[in-house]
Write a protein that binds this ligand. Structure first.
Ligand code: WTA
Length: 704
């Protein structure tokens, strides 16, 4: 949705029309037990209480020493929270629960094979495992405070153990989603300057034991090409003592963690007392260039923010059994599987595999067996589970009090199925809008106090004051029915500190656009530009429309068009490439690639497959395009820029609009006939787009 970037953006075009949905109210039973049930909480976080209001979140943590300055704005927009305070995240998520709850499950891990029983890991055991691995990282891998280490781990308890072991030492972890390719992992190793890679030999996904260690070898090779040497690869084994990969262990470089750990049995490592602004981890995400951005998150501000939002927005109590079905390889998993829930001392469920394995009843069987009270997932999973097994939830004895959705806009009818069929009408649904960069929720309803509205995330969360700006920086009024760029007017503790190694991009991407005065140290002059289009209804609720930059959100995963395009042109035959989104019933959006060949090559399915393969190698299977279209030429402006909105329109069976600015308008009909005929032949018939979807396609890409 790039409403404002439309050169011909008349008011009629940017007006967004849809039916306003009605409210749903939280059940009395929920309100009766909610952490935030007193409406005065809104006053405590009112703008005139900013930034001191966030003391309430920081006070959920145990500090080694208290801070003297809540918010330091002296070097904008590099905000510092809780300055002078010292703490350790591992201590806060593990040690401090031992006295009261040492024998309670911190994590319950559910292996994918249904014949394997879930494993509960108590806080006491977690403490042991974190300490032993921290000792290994320190004494065997020689890592020290401030070093970076890359993980390429799947959904196994070894992942949170590794994270918390790093946090104990102040070593900055950078987890790369397990489904990403070795190449993508190697890029991130090099960018972060990690000397150590922590991985696993294999894991179960969709009924298969995936060979994962092979990716480590590719990662190390890619990092080397980029000038970064990995000294040690630490390989956890899915079944300790039994190696599941075909890839050979490299002498002197690769080590089985279970073997090395034997030397550290019973070791204890004192948690390092760190300044609040010490970096806790990096989480890479996609943006407008091919180079991924390492979002650097802090220790004190981040942990306070995820603890506070977990308490008030997810309504986590220590007695809950909480299951977030996201992958820890994404920010949602970091904040709302590991750090937030464990900081609050609850029981967090971890599931290894695919939600539909072996069938669409699996999540409900897990929830039934473990007595899950809070369930957290993404619209893509909800759409898939509904499609594969609409009647499944009714068959199980599941009773959620609270259900979260995150990562993509949720269609109102999908929302209603979630509420009625999964929640059995008894649960609150909290639609949470936020981003990798943000640490925690930005827009959501306070579950006991604010009614739900399908398709809207709700108002800004406590202490967050969003605004919609138009391209000129003027405020788009609530209830005007017009879309614009959603911004946050104030800093908050969970905001990332910088892009690792690229502070100038940090300022440029997120703050330059709406900065009122670059010399000002007043936070009011530095609104945060989120990169999402949104509309605000008269009641103050936001409806998020999607990215305004070159990012395609596939099943909740952010894919940068530039990354897809640069992966495609690594194929020898390819001269040019352009990635566009197509609407997809299950995944929200899917990717289609358009490629033009270098002179002397002829189109073939072999080349199409090479492009798909290159994307898989450079990014991962999740990025695999729906189609690769080989075209004689790309539609281009006279200055030679590819007009992505034209091909996006073709892929989505929309009108191509004005093509008079093209240098080669004749190509458009050729491409359309070729692409649409093939789609129709494959039974991919177009469905009608909503006005905002049509708008997104019509304005896709900046190059026009
Ligand atoms: C989109 C995920 C609508 C949005 C936590 C954002 C959403 C991007 C929602 C961030 C939501 C996230 N409704 N859209 N509730 N939540 N998004 O960095 O476009 O993986 O900018 O963080 O996902 O994706 P990311």
């Amino acid at each position: 949705m790039t409403t404002g970037q439309q050169p011909q953006g008349s008011e009629a075009q940017i007006a967004v029309h849809w039916r306003e949905e009605g409210y749903f109210y939280p059940p009395a039973k929920f309100i009766g037990q909610a952490n935030a049930a007193d409406p005065a909480i809104r006053d405590r976080f009112a703008e005139d209480k900013f930034p001191e209001c966030f003391k309430e979140y920081a006070d959920l943590l145990s500090w080694d020493s208290y801070w003297h300055t809540t918010l330091d704005t002296s070097n904008p927009p590099f905000w510092k929270w809780f300055v002078g305070g010292r703490l350790n995240a591992s201590f806060n998520c593990v040690d401090r629960h031992l006295a009261r709850a040492g024998n309670k499950a911190a994590l319950i891990w559910v292996p994918e094979p249904e014949t394997d029983d879930p494993q509960a890991i108590t806080y006491r055991e977690l403490y042991r495992r974190v300490n032993e691995f921290a000792a290994l990282l320190r004494d065997f891998a020689q890592l020290k405070t401030g070093d970076r280490v890359t993980f390429h781990l799947p959904m196994v308890p070894e992942l949170p153990v590794s994270m918390l072991a790093c946090a104990r030492l102040g070593v900055v972890h950078s987890e790369v989603f397990g489904g990403f390719s070795g190449g993508a992992c190697g890029d991130r190793i090099a960018d972060s300057g990690s000397r150590v890679l922590v991985t696993m030999d294999g894991y179960f996904r969709g009924g298969e034991l995936v060979d994962h260690k092979a990716k480590a070898d590719e990662a190390v090779a890619t990092a080397r090409e980029l000038g970064a040497e990995v000294d040690k690869v630490l390989v956890w084994r899915r079944h300790p003592g039994r190696y599941a990969s075909k890839s050979p262990m490299v002498e002197g470089r690769d080590f089985f963690v279970d073997e090395v750990l034997a030397d550290f049995r019973g070791s204890l490592v004192e948690p390092v007392s760190l300044p609040a602004e010490a970096p806790l981890f990096l989480m890479y995400t996609s943006g407008t260039t091919a180079r991924p951005k390492g979002c650097q998150h802090s220790t004190g501000g981040y942990l306070a923010y995820v603890a506070g939002t977990s308490k008030y927005y997810q309504d986590i109590h220590p007695e809950d059994t909480y299951w977030c079905m996201a992958d820890i390889g994404w920010i949602t998993g970091h904040s709302y599987i590991v750090y937030g829930p464990l900081a609050l001392g609850t029981t967090s469920v971890l599931y290894e595999g695919a939600p539909n394995y072996p069938d669409a009843g699996r999540p409900w069987r897990i929830a039934e067996r473990l007595g899950v009270t809070i369930f957290h997932t993404a619209p893509t999973a909800i759409r898939m589970l509904r499609k594969l097994g609409p009647a499944e939830p009714a068959k199980y004895d599941i009773h959620f009090k609270h259900m979260t959705t995150v990562g993509e806009p949720i269609e109102p009818d999908v929302w209603r199925w979630y509420h009625e069929s999964v929640g059995k009408g008894d649960a609150v649904v909290v639609d949470t809008w936020w981003q990798t960069e943000n640490g925690g929720f930005l827009g959501a309803t306070l579950p006991a106090l604010e009614p739900m509205k399908p398709g809207s995330c709700g108002p800004g969360v406590l202490g967050i004051y969003p605004v919609i700006n138009d391209e000129n920086g003027d405020v788009v009024a609530a209830g005007s029915g017009k879309a614009g760029n959603i911004c946050i007017r104030n800093p908050w503790p969970g905001i990332f500190q910088t892009i690792w190694g690229q502070p100038e991009r940090f300022v440029q991407i997120y703050y330059e656009k709406y900065c009122r005065n670059p010399d000002s140290t007043d936070w009011r002059d530095w609104p945060y530009f989120a990169g999402d289009g949104a509309v605000q209804a008269a009641d103050g609720y936001f409806r998020i429309l999607g990215r305004v930059d070159d990012v395609i959100n596939v099943a909740g995963h952010r894919l940068g068009t530039k990354e897809l395009e640069s992966a495609s042109i690594t194929v020898e035959e390819i001269a040019e490439a352009a990635a566009v989104p197509v609407l997809d019933e299950l995944r929200g959006r899917a990717v289609e690639m358009y490629v033009a060949l270098k002179p002397g090559f002829t189109p073939s399915t072999d080349i199409e497959q090479k492009v798909a393969k290159a994307i898989e190698t450079h990014i991962g299977k999740i990025a695999r395009p729906m189609h690769v279209w080989i075209v004689a030429d790309m539609p281009k402006t006279r200055s030679g820029k590819i007009m992505r909105r034209v091909i996006a329109a073709i892929s989505n069976f929309q009108q191509v609009g004005d093509t008079t600015t093209l240098s080669n308008p004749e190509i458009v009909d050729d491409i359309r006939h070729h692409v649409q005929a093939e789609k129709v032949a494959r039974g991919e018939t177009p469905r009608e787009l909503t006005p905002q979807e049509a708008e997104e396609i019509k304005s896709f890409g900046h190059a026009e």
